[in-house]
Write a protein that binds this ligand. Sequence first.
Ligand SMILES: [Zn+2]
Length: 403
Amino acid sequence: MIMQSTPPLHRPDSVHRKAGRADTKRRNLRTILRLIASGGTTTRAEVARITGLTRATVSSLVSDLIADGLVAEAGQGPSLGGKPPTLIELNRSGRHLVVADLSTSPFTGTVVDLSGRSVRAPLAGPAESTHQGNLEQLLATLIDESPHPISGVGLASPGVISEDGVVIEASNLGWHNHPLAELTERAVELPVTVINDAQAIAVAAYDRLAGGPAAGIDAVPDLLLIHLGRGIGAGIILGGRIHVGSHRAAGEIGHSVVDLAGPECRCGNRGCLETVASSAAIYHTIVGRRPASIDWNITKLEDRYGADTVAAAIAEAGEAVATVVGFLINALDISLTAIAMRPGDAAKPMAAAVARSLTNRVLPALRPDLQVMPVEGEDLAMVGAGAILLQQEYGLPWAAPAD
Ligand SMILES: [Zn+2]
């Protein structure tokens, strides 16, 4: 299963009547499912009214969705004079997907339902294993432990990902032309979709910061998400769509050179953004050596090395990030930047540091609306991968419906 396109975040699929009959039916099923998922409970008559489809067509399609376990009936609504209508809603537990975050070490994974919510606590894979072995063991455990059948797997991986799930280049994992989807599909015998980690986090951040499509997202259609972890990547949402680029490499900002005389990078250049502002680089600035893992904690470092030392290191890294973010903002005219970081408690001071350094790097006309916000959560990449997968497979909206 591959990421075919960059789906719209907030525009409902239009109802097509002129395509082939099977295509039309599939599109209409997706439109109806999306509508039902966005609105909490609704009725067949309401779906017909909004889509412009006949009541008979809607009834038939809703029956198909119920038979597939994607929609459920939910009692009777208030009568409008005649027979009370039967309410229908998304059958959240009708499908379950396993999603994993490959930007963590070891990898972490969880299971999400049709609303994109985790139905179990995140699980870490075995540390002592190859990356592919770690992943396969993690997925096998998640699938074995799940009380529900699993319909597919979504992987949020660092690096440039081809359309058919090959990781073209992920230097932090040592992967070059690594056929991640194919190997994983063979191991778990389920369809596997691979999504860039920063793009997945951008989707989760977009929903979280802007309140999702249901909150009238038209007001905030653009988002620049910067993910600082082992590597550095950007997720760019333009007009409500993920921008993947001509070579699917959009957002690979980690090897942008910010200091020609800087330290040598694993890519062969000097002074890449990652050598200055990755999680390990910041730790190195504070402690004087590289960390054993990226799961360090900013509060502990402040206690040990002093708040001023930590703040200075974050400010230095934030300035380098702001340089690259400033270029992107001037090129793309995006007002809202979100910062996601590992460790999670560094996102807030990093967002503040980037905001401070950004003003002088952005066109004066763009400054009044500039916002830099931290986005926190250990599960962002997993939640985002789940949302993208649900959109691709079922046409579901990116935001989970409210309770
Ligand atoms: Zn580099």
